[in-house]
Design a protein around this ligand. Structure first.
Ligand code: NI
Length: 170
C-alpha cells in the first residue's frame, strides 16, 4: 500500500534533517519510483515549481521541479518536469540575483532571496543516469532552493533583508 505523502510545515524539525544520498539500487526500487511520482503529483496539484523529499519527512536526496507560466510567477520559458537525485551544485560565477521566493512548507510567505545566477549541477536522473549541466536564472534558483531543502534549510534562512518578508493572501 502506498504511503500518503504530505508536506511538513515550517515548525517541523524533520525539515532540518539533511538528506542521505541514494544508491543506484535504491533509485530502482518501487519505493523511490513511487515517491518521485507522488512528488510530481504534489507539485502539480499545488502549483509549486519544486518539491524536495525532505519536505515530506523523507531523508532521501531527491527533488522534482518544473515550470509552466502562471500569472503569479515570473515570465520565463517553460522548464520540463525532471527528477534530480544526489545533486551537487557549484556556482560558476560570483554574480548573484535577488528574487522573491515562496515555499510549500511556509505557505503564503514571500521573501527576497539572493542566489547565484549561474551554477553547474551534477546529479542522477530517476533512471540512475549521470548528468552534469549548467543552469541559469530561474532554473538555477529553483535548483538552489531545492538543494537547500536537501541540506535541511529553508529560503527564509537566506533572506538577507528581513523587511522584504511579507505574507500574501491566497
Ligand atoms: Ni521550498
Amino acid at each position: 500500500m502506498k504511503k500518503k505523502l504530505s508536506i511538513l510545515k515550517s515548525d517541523d524539525p524533520r525539515l532540518h534533517i539533511p538528506a542521505k544520498l541514494l544508491t543506484l539500487e535504491n533509485i530502482k526500487t518501487k519505493e523511490v519510483q513511487d515517491l518521485i511520482d507522488g512528488m510530481f503529483n504534489i507539485m502539480h496539484s499545488t502549483g509549486a515549481v519544486g518539491v524536495a523529499a525532505t519536505q515530506l519527512g523523507i531523508d532521501m536526496s531527491v527533488f522534482v521541479y518544473g515550470y509552466k507560466y502562471r500569472s503569479e510567477l515570473p515570465q520565463h520559458p517553460e522548464i520540463p518536469d525532471a527528477a534530480i537525485i544526489n545533486p551537487v551544485i557549484k556556482p560558476l560565477t560570483d554574480v548573484m540575483e535577488s528574487a522573491y521566493e515562496g515555499c510549500l512548507s511556509i505557505l503564503n510567505l514571500r521573501g527576497l532571496v539572493p542566489r547565484y545566477r549561474d551554477i553547474s549541477c551534477k546529479y542522477l536522473d530517476r533512471y540512475g543516469n549521470e548528468h552534469s549541466r549548467e543552469f541559469q536564472s530561474l532554473e538555477a534558483r529553483i535548483i538552489q532552493h531545492e538543494c537547500d531543502h536537501l541540506s535541511g534549510s529553508l529560503f527564509v534562512d537566506r533572506v538577507s533583508d528581513l523587511t522584504t518578508l511579507k505574507f500574501i493572501s491566497q
